[in-house]
Design a protein around this ligand. Sequence first.
Ligand code: SAM
Length: 106
Amino acid sequence: MKFTMAGRANCRAGLASAHRFVEFGCGLGYVTRWAASLGADATGIDLNEDNLAVASQLAQEVGLKNARFVSANIYEPGLEPKSVDVAYSRWLIVHLNRRCAPSTRR
Ligand SMILES: C[S@@+](CC[C@H](N)C(=O)[O-])C[C@H]1O[C@@H](n2cnc3c(N)ncnc32)[C@H](O)[C@@H]1O
């Protein structure tokens, strides 16, 4: 796969083969598949079942067994503590209308 801006950002974040990678709001899973193609254990999370079905199909077509696509709301992603090495998201924030974590502001 092409080495894109998303790829450069993830490599700068330290993504390496065998890392556990999660993409929030993965859409059609382009970046999740890219991470899997590097050897990462890659999970794409999205609310949209149609997107997830296409993402899974595309991963299957290129034989990526280490990419999975999960239906969840990113506010309750169902991830265990310390179960992710690199988390990534692009073009998701514009869809969100509340904070992901309690504010630390007083
Ligand atoms: C603009 S698309 C970006 C897709 C992908 N990140 C990309 O770069 O191609 C935004 C995606 O976020 C998903 N999304 C929006 N709100 C979400 C939420 N609360 N939890 C999970 N996914 C969400 C949408 O279903 C959509 O697939």
